[in-house]
Design a binder for this molecule. Structure first.
Ligand SMILES: Cc1cc2nc3c(=O)[nH]c(=O)nc-3n(C[C@H](O)[C@H](O)[C@H](O)COP(=O)(O)OP(=O)(O)OC[C@H]3O[C@@H](n4cnc5c(N)ncnc54)[C@H](O)[C@@H]3O)c2cc1C
Length: 293
């Protein structure tokens, strides 16, 4: 199907993009990699009157490691994140999530900002970014605000972004020495989107006990959810296979899942515990081995 007709605007700077967005507000859509928006327009699920193509704004692209934080521009491609030496070294779970998104073409066009803003329930970045305590910088003509991943995702395809805001940066605290991160997903065999996925961030002390844990699970009910019971069960305990399995078995405690034509709600709730275990095991295996020199 062809999309409804629209006016194409190509801003030369972030300031101009914000100006367009302020002027056209609810009637406009930002275009980044186009891998989610263009299919939606062709299906007439989205029919913006103005398409603001921010894809060429170099100022929103790149990966910087400042003291204590990694800052990723919203237009950074999935493939750039998967291949980045600093991401692979400092946040291997994030590189892992980027590397399993769709296929090569999707990874070479899709942007992290587009994925986060689109908030597809089967998307990979929202889950790992929730586990990594990421914050999103949202900018409008009247200023900037920073929203934690924990409160950013509101519902299926719904976030805290206002119609006049652009997501400009993703900021991720760098884990200290002794930390490990990992991501694991059950991909849908046709689309590659996550049926269920899990991200883990662990800190292990010198005695081998879990000092701190953040575990997030996605694909159940539209937004990434922290697995609070799993996190509590890991806290202070040695990361043995038995302790990890017991903690991961609680990854869907209190969660609700939406079944669909591929997977029932019951199946998703079970698979969440399996993939939480895999992510925690991988993060535990990496903890203490990070090269921060
Ligand atoms: C065949 C196929 C397979 C895929 N498989 C996967 C998969 O396995 N896992 C996965 O996670 N994803 C998958 N995707 C989705 C892919 O990752 C998209 O690239 C991503 O969801 C959207 O990024 P984009 O840059 O293409 O955004 P666009 O499609 O350009 O935009 C998506 C939405 O976000 C808004 N937006 C974009 N950038 C910003 C910004 N900076 N600030 C505010 N709003 C913004 C747009 O207005 C639009 O509403 C797949 C897509 C395809 C086509």
């Amino acid at each position: 199907m062809y999309p409804a007709s629209f006016r194409y605007l190509r801003p030369r700077s972030l300031a101009e993009a914000l100006e367009f967005l302020t002027r056209h507000g609810e009637e406009a859509k930002l275009l980044a990699g186009g891998h989610s928006l263009l299919p939606a327009m062709k299906l007439r699920l989205a029919s913006p009157r103005y398409l603001i193509d921010i894809g060429g704004l170099r100022e929103l692209r790149g990966i910087d490691t400042s003291p204590g934080e990694m800052v990723i521009g919203a237009l950074t491609l999935h493939a750039e994140i998967a291949a980045s030496d600093s991401v692979r070294r400092l946040l291997p779970g994030l590189a892992e999530a980027a590397s399993v998104i769709g296929d090569l073409q999707v990874r070479n066009r899709g942007t992290i900002g587009g994925s986060v803003a689109h908030a597809d329930p089967g998307a990979d970045f929202p889950v790992i970014l929730t586990a990594l305590s990421a914050a999103f910088v949202l900018q409008s003509s009247s200023g900037k605000r920073r929203v934690a991943a924990d409160g950013f995702f509101r519902d299926f395809f719904t976030t805290a972004l206002a119609p006049d805001e652009i997501l400009t940066e993703i900021r991720i605290p760098l884990p200290p020495r002794g930390a490990g991160t990992a991501y694991a997903k059950l991909g849908h065999p046709a689309s590659g989107y996550a049926v269920v996925s899990a991200g883990a961030w662990l800190i292990v002390d010198s005695a081998g006990n879990c000092e701190s844990a953040r575990v997030a699970v996605g694909g159940l009910d539209g937004i990434p959810r922290r697995a609070a019971a799993t996190e509590a069960a890991l806290q202070g305990r040695p990361l043995t296979a038995e302790n990890i399995a017991a903690a991961a078995a609680r990854a869907a405690d209190g969660a609700k899942a939406e079944g669909d034509t591929y997977a029932s709600a019951e199946y998703k709730l079970h698979v969440a515990t399996v993939f939480a275990r895999r992510a925690i095991e991988a993060a535990a295996g990496r903890a203490g081995r990070q090269d921060r020199a």
